[in-house]
Write a protein that binds this ligand. Structure first.
Ligand SMILES: [Zn+2]
Length: 161
């Protein structure tokens, strides 16, 4: 719900177009998350089950479907990277000419560093690791993630996986 819970209202208020992967767009069109979260801890599972019953998003389909290899005409060319793991259809966006990487929740800022999608909220651990390695190899110097501050001089701060 922290991904798309207010998306419909934001779109209505701003007139913005919504871009997402096919997997995420399909989930958004049903007002549901694209993945089931299964925390290992029993009490977290129980809490998640209770909380998720009250979290609903207004169904909304993306205006544009994004996939690996597309380049958007923003920031000198914003490359679409499929980075599944946190969610099934997670994407990240990278601008090689500026060195800016938008990681969403696949890699998030913690203090001065970067960490991979956190376990209780990760759909697939192996895919999350693979996506983090893929992003670390890009040589990005600025990382903007879904949580935490913008991380500068980021090349050496990626998680070592
Ligand atoms: Zn998330």
């Amino acid at each position: 719900m922290d991904h798309t819970g207010s998306l419909s209202a934001l779109k209505k208020a701003s007139g913005a177009r919504v871009y997402a992967s096919a997997v995420e767009s399909e989930a958004m069109s049903k007002g549901r998350p694209s993945r089931q979260i299964k925390p290992k801890n029993f009490f977290r599972r129980l809490l998640m089950g209770v909380v998720s019953r009250f979290m609903k998003a207004t169904p909304l389909r993306a205006d544009e479907i994004l996939s690996e290899g597309q380049v958007l005409p923003v920031l000198g060319g914003l490359h679409v990277l499929e980075t599944p793991g946190h969610t099934a259809g997670h994407i990240s966006l990278f601008s090689p000419s500026t060195g800016i990487l938008f990681t969403g929740d696949s890699i998030v800022a913690r203090g001065e560093g970067l960490v991979r999608s956190l376990q209780p909220l990760t759909w697939d651990e192996a895919k999350a690791d693979e996506s983090a390695r893929k992003q670390a190899a890009l040589g990005a110097c600025i990382v903007c993630s879904g949580h935490g501050p913008v991380v500068m001089d980021a090349a050496s701060k990626f998680p070592k996986i």
